[in-house]
Structure formats: C-alpha cells, structure tokens
Design a protein around this ligand. Structure first.
Ligand code: SAH
Ligand code: MG
Length: 211
C-alpha cells in the first residue's frame, strides 16, 4: 500500500485520479517493476501530479524512475469555458493554464524528487525521443481522437514483454464518458493480440504485454 503520508499528499493534489484507482495503479506498477527490474515507468498526462504520487512511490519502492510527460498547458477540457477548467491554475502573466508549478509543489511535498523525472513536452515529441523499454506505461493524456491515437502509436511499442499498459478513462458505454481511450488505445491493444487484460478498477484498465 501507498505510505500514509504520500496518500495524504495525493488526496490533497488537484486532479482526476480516484483513490481506489490510484491504489490499483500503485499495486499494478509495483508488480510490473518487481518482474522487470531496472526498467522505468512512463506516465502520459501529469497535470498537477496526483496520479504521479502513486506511480512515483512505486518507482521509488522498486528502485527505478518514473518519467512523467505533459506539456502542462492542459487538455481541451481543461481550458476556459470547458467542464474541467480550474481558474487557480491560470498563469497570471500569460493568462494561460500552467500546471507545472503545482506539479513541482506536489513533488516537493511528496519528497519524490529522485524517483520522478518530469518531462515538459508534447507527448508525441517525447515518445519519438525516448528510446527505451518500460515496465509500466500509464496513458492518461489528451482524451480526443487524435491524441489517443498518437499516444497508442508512440508509447505502447515501448512496453517490454511482460510489462503493463495501463489506460485511464476507459468507458465501454458512451453514457459513462468519452470513448477515445476505449476506442483508440484499449481496443486496439487487445485486438493486436499483444496484450491481455489483467485488471479493471473504475475506469482504469491494466493490460499485460504477452508478445
Ligand atoms: N493523471 C492526471 C490527470 C491528467 S489530465 C491525474 O491523475 O490527475 C490530462 C493531462 O494531459 C493534462 O495535464 C494535459 O496537459 C495533458 N496532455 C493532453 N494532451 C497532451 C499532449 N498532446 N502532450 C502532452 N500532454 C498532454
Ligand atoms: Mg484520467
């Protein structure tokens, strides 16, 4: 389980990771990293670092690192006028959303600085430049058609055999939420025959690469 102090930091951090799904993410990441020692974890979609606390703690426990990727200017639904807009995350000078300062505060509070490597970049650029296998890949970035397609193409090939692909906001019924993570990441991964599902908690799905 996640350390009680880290749990308090995670729960106090703005974001979209429910506690039970964060706990499931931590368990799944620890088990992947135990099986694949020294391979890192990647997270796509850091926001203010809420899910990052669970994944960073898993990385620290397994003596590896978490690379967490975000351009920090927010997804479409985080912008002004949209459902998930948070005025307090707007930079006073640029008037644009900027979640990086909050992430840095979260990491400081969690004391996870040595285990978490923030990458401030467009997901597509980061995936093209980072050429290594990962034990655990968590995709929770842009939730539109194009970003999910690009994340699938860019990140899933990096999952080592035996490693895990975790996807957030997977809804098989459109009445529960947007369909892009389901249609463009979860389904293609299963349909490729390279992954099998090993757990499902809330909208979190964890798949294992079998070939
Ligand atoms: N995992 C977070 C929530 C992530 S919200 C939590 O637990 O709270 C989705 C994040 O993806 C946003 O911060 C947004 O800036 C980022 N994002 C969306 N599209 C992106 C892209 N193309 N490249 C990099 N980051 C992106
Ligand atoms: Mg999410």
């Amino acid at each position: 389980m996640l350390d009680i102090k880290l749990k308090a930091v995670a729960m106090a951090t703005k974001g979209f990771m429910p506690e039970v799904e964060g706990d499931a993410l931590f368990v799944a990441a620890c088990s992947a990293c135990d099986e694949l020692p020294r391979l890192p974890i990647v997270e796509v979609g850091t926001y203010c670092g809420r899910s990052t606390v669970w994944l960073g703690a898993a990385a620290e426990r397994c003596k590896t690192v978490l690379f967490t990727v975000d351009h920090h200017s927010g997804s479409e639904e985080n912008q002004k006028g949209w459902e998930w807009f948070d005025e307090s995350l707007v930079d006073a000078n640029t008037q644009k959303l900027n979640t990086l300062p909050t992430l840095l505060k979260t990491l400081q509070q969690a004391k996870l600085g040595d285990a978490v490597v923030p990458i401030v970049a467009e997901s597509r650029i980061a995936s093209q430049q980072l050429n290594f296998e990962v034990a655990f890949c968590f995709i929770d970035g842009g939730h539109g058609e194009l970003p999910t397609q690009l994340d699938y193409a860019g990140w899933t090939p990096k999952v080592a055999i035996g490693g895990r692909l975790a996807i957030h906001d997977v809804f098989s019924d459109a009445r529960d939420g947007g369909q892009a993570p389901h249609d463009f990441i979860y389904r293609p991964a299963l349909d490729s025959g390279d992954f099998v599902e090993i757990s499902a908690v809330g909208s979190l799905r964890v798949l294992r690469r079998i070939k």
